[in-house]
Design a protein around this ligand. Structure first.
Ligand code: BAL
Ligand code: ZN
Length: 885
């Protein structure tokens, strides 16, 4: 496949200022008529009009009403020579939505028409300069069968509608804002809407709609609430108001991604819209809220100001993830009230960092490692990554830390004042942040945009009792990544506290300062190594570093078990208290996996028990602190990675913690009753999370009382969080009741696609808790033929295959290689219908060189088999090709 380089960017010689689209929608043969006014770009070198097109039949193409004199076609690119300053290009194409299994472009789902255009789906609908730096005004007319598609939607405002002969009807939409083609959308389907009218900050009335299939109307309230809260938050926090008269969310069951921020017409995977207590867990509710917010926030960060080219993707994604993380933290803090706000924020931060460590750190350490602003790609769809999104958000968070709340807001204001309506770059963003902050020097900071790899920050301290000085040495090193052997030092904000022997934070005074101040402060590490001297101390302190996870780095600090236990008990920074527990757990689990220890150290059990029993701590926080680190993260920390040994250790650790703390876990379950009907509230959700965790440990411990308790709670549950929590605990155990519980769950929800996804995922993720237990691979093979499963539906693929490949390493990495052969079969089968989904599954083995040699020897032939597969998509070819390089 061809590699595209960031450095090769050139503006187009011709752009488009208006587009008039007409769709005669038909499942097998939709005719698209596109009349676009192409205009010469004064900022570009002269050249032809360039249009891209794929997977369409071209019926007609004219320029100013005539056949073009010079037209060259190379693959997906069409070049037309034109004279003058502007020409009208009219192109008519026929597309086949029914045959479009890629879910990119125009496709069918449940008999309705939907589009997905980011990144390059618009070129599957019509010939167009399909790049984000071409911003045009769109008018769209949709024509369809009234009976099959009573609802016709597109971007912007509805300006006309009416009847047509032969049972057809039409609607005409006009979007007042210029936009890139990736933000175009249409929906033509049988849907109903939950509606609400609200006033914006400036007093304009706007119509909000959540469109779903009729049977799902009782599951939209939470998404609507989230939308209204997002609007308010963006007004209050950034002064940004909704700019349209109408804002629509549409839910569709077949969707590659989570959701899409098309202007005024967000299209969502049903998973991130639909929620009611009987079918959605607390985590689902939380995810709906944050995805609704994310897409809404894109209206300014992404749509009003967009990306010049796809290398700049983090400009909109990192920034928008940061905004949605801040929104969720504020919402949680508000619900928790003044007493619980800090803990609620910490729990959210922990959630976000868990995702970063489990998904982004491994990416940064493998063959797909790339800077948040990549330098090259073969297939842009492969770069909607944890690095661009989550690490990108961390980079924005560091800017926020360095500039402060007000400085950051000033930068955002200036960003919109300069760039509204434009397609810009990450450099533009960082420069404007600097300009709004008296020229704050961000030159070195820009290395975060160009260097890949997770930096290591090494810390060591020396205590000088004679002069009461604690000297903290911080050094940094970023390992080599593909194409980047040498790295330069980064600007790393390291938030630091020092804990005194009594467990309290000490006021901090650096050498040269006249008096002690705050108990947490941010040190700026900019060199390869720096020493920070804290003075005026009465006794040797315990350092608490990288508080709140102030930078996306791996902190290397030599702490003995006693020190970790001390910080687990006393660190005033809740994030670091959690992190101390994670580090201790990681140490214990990896020692067992490596054969260095056979049992749980008593000191670890005691430290764990102390956290569990500390009722002053918010239950949500305790649930986070007592959950072991994610398996993919632990694998990344093993060298070489041995998934089988790790799984054995995890089973042993979970079982032992379940048995040794059985009385404590049972007390937790008894003492955490949530009364009243279900409501999504962080306080209630925290209690439910802690109870579910207790059930997990009790069932892992295999004691009859624990198993009986989980069975009883499964039977008596009144909401999905409790029902699924109890079911998951049973399935992740040796309980003989597992099978019956899974059957009962299936019987109850057999017609509910989203709940069945949970049922598939639970089985694909199941561990083997006893000798002779059923391998997950056998179960996954059986479930592939389940009538509810379909390779055509991404959610089903992610639930069954995605969970098995990515979240169940102990069962996937089988010594005989059968998991890998199955993986190759599935990737090849998926690739023929949906390359984007196939590529996501393919990524499960990209870090294969990290595994033990015997496993590598089994993986390589399967990677090679996939790469040699005839007709392989560029999507999968890039992933597997880079893995084998
Ligand atoms: N732009 C793709 C989906 C999202 O990040 O919101
Ligand atoms: Zn996004």
């Amino acid at each position: 496949p061809q590699t595209i380089q960031r450095a090769d960017y050139q503006p187009l010689s011709w752009t488009v200022d208006t587009v008039d689209l007409h769709f005669a929608l038909d499942a097998g043969a939709t005719v698209v008529t596109n009349r676009m006014r192409c205009v010469r770009n004064p900022d570009a070198a002269p050249g032809p009009i360039r249009l891209w097109g794929e997977a369409m039949e071209r019926l007609e193409l004219t320029v100013d009403g005539a056949q073009p004199v010079a037209l060259r076609e190379t693959g997906a690119l069409l070049e037309i020579d034109a004279a003058g300053e502007s020409v009208m290009v009219e192109v008519r194409t026929r597309v086949d939505p029914r045959a479009n299994t890629t879910l990119s472009g125009l496709y069918l789902s449940s008999g309705g028409f939907f589009t997905q255009c980011e990144a390059e789906g618009f070129r599957r609908i019509t010939w167009f300069p399909d790049r984000p730096d071409v911003m045009a005004r769109y008018t769209v007319t949709l024509e369809a069968d009234r009976e099959a598609c009573p609802v016709l939607l597109s971007n912007g405002n509805l300006v006309g509608q009416g009847e047509l002969p032969n049972g057809r009807h039409y609607a005409k939409w006009e979007d007042p804002f210029p936009k890139p083609s990736y933000l175009f959308a249409l929906v033509a389907a049988r849907l109903v809407a939950l509606e609400r009218k609200v006033r914006t900050l400036s007093g304009r009335e706007v119509l909000l709609q959540v469109w779903v299939e009729e049977g799902n109307l009782d599951r939209c309230e939470h998404a609507m609430e989230a939308l209204v809260n997002s609007m308010r938050w963006d007004e209050e926090t950034f002064g940004l108001e909704l700019d349209l008269d109408r804002f629509m969310i549409v839910a569709v069951a077949d969707f590659n991604m989570g959701a899409m921020e098309n202007k005024g017409l967000n299209i969502f995977n049903t998973k991130f819209v639909l929620a009611k207590p009987d079918t959605a867990t607390d985590v689902d509710y939380e995810n709906v809220e944050s995805v609704v917010a994310h897409e809404y926030f894109h209206n300014w960060t992404g749509n009003r100001v967009t990306c010049r080219d796809w290398f700049q993707l983090t400009l909109k994604e990192g920034l928008t993830v940061f905004r949605d993380q801040q929104f969720s933290a504020d919402m949680l803090a508000r619900a928790a009230g003044p007493e619980g706000a800090a803990s609620a924020r910490a729990v959210k931060r922990i959630d976000d960092v868990r995702v970063l460590r489990a998904a982004q750190f491994p990416e940064d350490g493998g063959p797909m490692a790339h800077p948040i602003r990549p330098d090259s790609y073969q297939e842009i769809n492969n770069f909607y990554t944890a690095t661009v999104y989550e690490k990108g958000a961390e980079v924005i968070r560091m800017l926020h830390t360095l500039l402060g709340q007000e400085g950051f807001r000033n930068g955002m204001d200036l960003y919109f004042s300069y760039f509204d309506g434009q397609a810009v770059t990450c450099d533009d963003f960082v420069e404007v942040m600097s300009e709004a902050n008296n020229g704050f020097d961000l030159d070195q900071f820009m290395r975060w945009y160009s260097q890949a790899g997770t930096p290591r920050v090494k810390a060591s301290g020396t205590w000088n009792a004679a002069d009461g000085c604690y000297a903290l040495t911080l050094s940094q090193h970023t390992p080599a990544t593909p194409g980047q052997p040498d790295k330069l030092p980064l600007v790393i904000p390291v938030a630091v506290g020092l804990i005194g022997p009594d467990g309290r934070d000490l006021p901090l005074r650096l050498e040269g300062e006249t008096q002690a101040g705050a108990t947490t402060r941010v040190l700026k590490l900019t060199e390869e190594a720096q020493v920070f001297r804290f003075i005026g101390l009465a006794a040797e302190p315990v350092p608490s570093l990288l508080r709140g996870f102030s930078a996306p780095v791996i902190l290397e600090l030599d702490e003995d078990d006693a020190r970790l236990a001390f910080r687990m008990a006393h660190d005033a920074d809740p994030f670091n208290r959690w992190d101390a527990a994670q580090r201790y757990a990681e140490r214990v689990v990896l020692a067992m996996a490596g054969g260095a220890s056979a049992g749980l150290p008593q000191a670890f059990v005691n430290a764990f028990r102390a956290l569990l029993a500390d009722t002053r701590l918010d239950p949500a926080f305790r649930a986070q602190a007592l959950a072991l680190p994610a398996e993919p993260y632990l694998l990344e920390r093993m060298s070489p990675a041995d998934p089988g040994a790790l799984r054995t250790a995890l089973i042993a650790v979970m079982g032992a913690l379940g048995r040794e703390l059985a009385g404590d876990w049972l007390r937790v379950v008894d003492g955490m009753q949530v009364s009243g009907p279900y409501r999504y509230h962080p306080g209630d959700a925290g209690k439910r999370a802690l109870v579910n965790l207790a059930l997990r440990y009790l069932c892992a411990g295999g004691q009859p009382s624990g198993l009986a308790l989980a069975e009883a709670r499964f039977a008596a549950a009144t909401n999905m969080t409790e029902r699924f929590g109890a079911l998951a605990a049973l399935v992740q155990s040796s309980s003989p009741a597992r099978g019956a519980a899974l059957l009962a769950f299936h019987a109850r929800y057999r017609n509910d696609a989203l709940v069945l996804d949970k049922w598939f995922a639970l089985q694909a993720g199941a561990w083997r808790w006893e000798e002779g237990g059923e391998p997950a691979l056998d179960r996954v093979r059986v479930l592939l033929s389940d009538p509810a499963f379909s390779l055509a539906n991404p959610n089903k693929v992610y639930a069954l295959l995605g969970t098995y490949f990515r979240a169940n390493p102990g069962e996937f990495h089988l010594a005989d290689g059968s998991g890998y052969a199955f993986w190759a079969d599935q990737v090849i089968a998926l690739d023929a219908r949906n390359p984007q989904v196939a590529a996501r599954m393919a990524r499960a083995l990209e870090n294969w060189r990290h595994y033990a040699p015997a496993l590598q020897a089994r993986i390589r032939p399967q990677l090679e088999r996939v790469l040699a597969s005839p007709g392989l998509s560029p999507d999968v070819a890039e992933i597997v090709g880079k893995a084998l390089q």
